[in-house]
Structures are given as C-alpha cells and as structure tokens.
Design a protein around this ligand. Structure first.
Ligand SMILES: [Zn+2]
Length: 138
C-alpha cells in the first residue's frame, strides 16, 4: 500500500501538470459545490420563509375551524334544550283539548288519547277543532 502511494507520488512528481490540473479541478469542483450549497441554502431559506408565511394564515384558519365546530356543537345542544319546550303541550285527541304538559289532566290522559304538540302546532290544532283546557290554559 505504501509502495503504491509512493509510486503515485513519484508519478505525480514526474508530471506536475497532472497534479496541477487535478488540484485545479478539485478546487473548481469544491467551489461549484460550495456555490451550489449556498444557492440551495438560499432557496431552502426562502422556501421556508414562504412556507412560514403560508402556514401562519392556515394556522389562523384552523383556529377558526376549531372554534366553528364548538359553535356547531352548541347548536344541537340548544336544539335538544328547545325540544322539551317544543313539546310543551299535550293534547287529548279524544276530547280535542289542549293542555300544558304540566297540567294534571294531561298527566292523567290515556296513552291512546295522548299526543304531544309544540306551540307551532297549536294554530293547526285550533283550526282542527281543538280547544284550550280551561284549567291550565284558561
Ligand atoms: Zn289542562
């Protein structure tokens, strides 16, 4: 191995032009690689900067998205809360009386004559011949 290196050294010593051109090529290649590295660094940095600029509004967008489902999850809760209020009336389909849900007559209704009604259904029920209970709605 040492002999081989010595042979190579002798070979290069005899041909300084080859050594010089090799050194020149190495220097040029090194410079080109360094320049490419600098260029790459710059492009990466600018890309990172632009990516940062792009991610900032998107983070803001996700924030809006995370608050938006919170708002939409509140809506079903509200609709669930309003649902008992929607059925705040109980009607006797046999006697065609409209009771409030907490009326003692509504509580004693037979299941086959009992129907729940919301306030929006009351006009239709009145048109259908239903009347208000005089005890709870009088
Ligand atoms: Zn009643």
């Amino acid at each position: 191995m040492k002999k081989g290196l010595e042979k190579l050294a002798d070979f290069l010593r005899d041909r300084p032009l080859i050594l010089a051109s090799c050194a020149l090529i190495c220097a040029v290649l090194g410079a080109v690689l360094l320049y490419n590295q600098v260029l790459l660094n710059r492009t990466v940095q600018t890309k990172l900067a632009s990516a940062e600029a792009e991610t900032l509004p998107s983070i803001h967008w996700y924030d809006e998205q995370t608050t938006a489902p919170a708002a939409t999850t509140q809506t079903p809760v509200q609709s669930i809360e309003t649902e008992p209020a929607a059925a705040e009336y109980v009607v006797n389909t046999n006697s065609k009386k409209i009771h409030k849900a907490d009326c003692r007559y509504a509580e004693s209704l037979k299941p086959e004559n009992r129907a729940e009604a919301s306030e929006t259904q009351i006009p239709d029920l009145l048109a259908d011949g239903y009347t208000y209970c005089s005890v709870c709605c009088g």
